[in-house]
Design a binder for this molecule. Structure first.
Ligand SMILES: [Zn+2]
Length: 196
């Protein structure tokens, strides 16, 4: 059945969805009320139209400036540098941190052609030069690329008088921030260490 195979094919390309799950979802969608399928496909169609990149921090936003950057309650003295927009959500939802963010858009990985100029590192440096941050928290993933990226940024900051920290160990080594459970994240955030 071509229609089912096509849908299964699309679904199995989604992160975390194997062939078996894709097939189960496809069969589920055959039986589900069509109003659900319509709303679901609308949500997929509109997601890229509705979600923009915040012009300041690079996170996802439905307006030009995201809620965190525009919120008067955000602590504007610290900036937390992460790889992906979903890391902002993970950290924000944990409640451990009330400051600003900066999304790099990935980590340096020359083997995959991700070079510093492909990331929002220049934008980060501009923000740091234009603001008087008290602390820069490097919260790139605790894996080889994330560590390398943190070191690279630390080198760029060597002539700037600002405290630089990195999340403490305890995060799953080699893993992604987004998979860290809340208590682990809280612990590593609260015991972040000077990075030098
Ligand atoms: Zn923002």
């Amino acid at each position: 059945m071509r229609a089912l195979e096509d849908l299964t094919g699309y679904l199995s390309r989604l992160p975390g969805i194997g062939k078996k799950s894709a097939s189960r979802i496809a069969f589920y969608l055959v039986k589900t009320p069509s109003s659900y399928n319509e709303a679901f496909s609308d949500a997929i169609l509109n997601i890229q139209k509705k979600i923009k990149i915040c012009q300041i921090c690079g996170s996802y936003s439905e307006s030009d400036i995201c809620d965190i950057c525009s919120d008067a309650n955000t602590d504007k003295e610290s900036i937390c540098v992460v790889e992906q927009p979903q890391d902002v959500i993970t950290i924000k939802d944990s409640g451990v941190y009330k400051g600003l963010f900066h999304v790099l858009g990935g980590a340096i990985n020359p083997l995959n052609n991700v070079l510093p100029e492909n990331l929002r590192i220049k934008e980060l440096m501009d923000r740091i030069k234009d603001n008087n941050f008290k602390e820069i928290i490097l919260a790139t993933n605790p894996n080889e690329e994330g560590d390398f990226t943190a070191r690279y940024i630390l080198r760029l900051l060597k002539d700037i008088d600002v405290k630089v920290t990195r999340l403490a160990s305890g995060l799953p080594i080699g893993g992604d921030l987004e998979y860290a459970d809340k208590s682990t994240l809280l612990r590593s955030f609260n015991s972040r260490v000077n990075f030098e």
